[in-house]
Write a protein that binds this ligand. Structure first.
Ligand SMILES: [Zn+2]
Length: 372
């Protein structure tokens, strides 16, 4: 552990930007008790309370901890909020193997915890989203469609009244610092710089998912939100050859009983499991469990959460049948099904469709607009 915290002698950091630059704030650690980082290149620590600035030693580990509502860096107690500012062009700060090149705001949070929020340019943020949200080997036009969708989604999440705009996990879109950026991803972002999807003058919350299985879902059916035309759901002939187009999952009867018992059922035996109610894309809104006493109904989305989104891949259930002490669920697609189907987008790109055509297919009625 390096205890040196030398005061900076360098001139004030000149923050420059262009008129169209949009900053996004990503909650990368929320409510963490402490964390370790490693500097890679020059990193300044600014105490936002006193305005004093320090230089951390390059390529060194530091521990950041909260103490009585203040933030302590390498044994030095600073104010309630500090900022870690990598020098432009340097790799920045590494936390748990992930590089963050933006400015990191570290703030003492209630309960002796810390919140770490990265402030960075929207276009740089996308470099940390695309490699994890879409296979980096995807065709360029599909990556461009993804860049526009991810940018639109993130723009809709900007909320100045809160401490951060998005989280780095699946509750927003997954962001993993700026690792694994390849040339094709950079090109996809650069070629669509500033472009977002709009409908009647409003940016579309451009949801996306791995594979729809033949029909995308409406955001109303999935989340109960009021959907605009681009998010009503469309037929998708393009993802049928995807390896994600079909799935099956065996669930032992005792696990299904335990699931419905947690929801208040007293049943001890299942007679039949069936889809009780579907949305217009054929996804299960409600699943019925006929038992030895009465029928228990569970939401399709609750089953996905309970049995794991990567095993119970979608609510697009095509059959449920009894088999050797349990039930075999078969279904189509992977993910919530709203917005762009990434498997279909890749297939469309492979057939020579450009990203505008891909976006028009999955978000019908939306226009591509450059946000200034
Ligand atoms: Zn699809």
């Amino acid at each position: 552990m390096n205890k040196t915290l030398a005061p900076a002698l360098a001139a004030a950091l000149l923050l420059c930007g262009t008129a169209e630059a949009v900053e996004i704030r990503v909650g990368i650690r929320l409510g963490t008790p402490s964390f370790r980082l490693r500097t890679d290149g020059q990193v300044f620590v600014r105490d936002l309370n006193s305005g004093r600035r320090y230089l951390l030693v390059e390529r060194s580990p530091y521990e950041i901890t909260p103490v009585g509502g203040l933030v302590r860096v390498a044994g030095e107690t600073l104010g309630p909020e500090i900022s870690l500012e990598p020098r432009d062009g340097d790799l920045g700060v590494k936390i748990n193997g992930v590089f963050y090149r933006g400015r990191l705001a570290v703030k003492a949070a209630p309960g002796g915890l810390l919140n770490v929020v990265e402030h960075l340019d929207m276009e740089d943020y996308l470099e940390g989203v695309l490699p994890v949200e879409m296979s980096p080997g995807s065709p360029l036009e599909a990556l461009k469609a993804q860049a526009v969708a991810s940018r639109s989604y993130a723009m809709r999440r900007l909320s100045p009244s809160r401490d951060y705009d998005v989280t780095a996990d699946v509750n927003s879109q997954v962001y993993n610092g700026r690792n694994n950026v390849n040339a094709r991803i950079r090109t996809a972002i650069e070629k669509t710089r500033g472009q977002v999807l709009t409908y009647k003058g409003t940016i579309v919350t451009a949801y996306f998912h791995a594979c729809c299985g033949g029909h995308t879902a409406s955001s109303t059916a999935v989340w109960g939100e009021k959907a605009s035309k681009p998010l009503y759901g469309v037929k998708d002939p393009f993802c049928s050859s995807s390896r994600h187009s079909n799935w099956q999952l065996y669930i032992p009867e005792r696990d299904l009983l335990s699931f419905i018992q947690k929801q208040g059922s007293t049943a001890l035996q299942l007679k039949r499991v069936r889809v009780a109610k579907k949305d217009k894309s054929e996804r299960a809104l409600s699943i019925a469990f006929d038992t030895e006493n009465k029928t228990h109904y569970a939401e399709g989305s609750a089953m996905r959460s309970a049995f794991g989104n990567s095993d119970f891949r979608s609510t697009y259930i095509t059959s449920v049948s009894p088999t050797s002490g349990g039930w075999l669920f078969k279904g189509r697609g992977w993910g919530h099904g709203v917005g762009m189907c990434q498997s279909g987008a890749a297939a469309m790109a492979n057939k020579g469709r450009d990203y505008r055509r891909i976006l028009r297919h999955y978000y019908p009625g939306a226009s591509i607009t450059v946000r200034k």
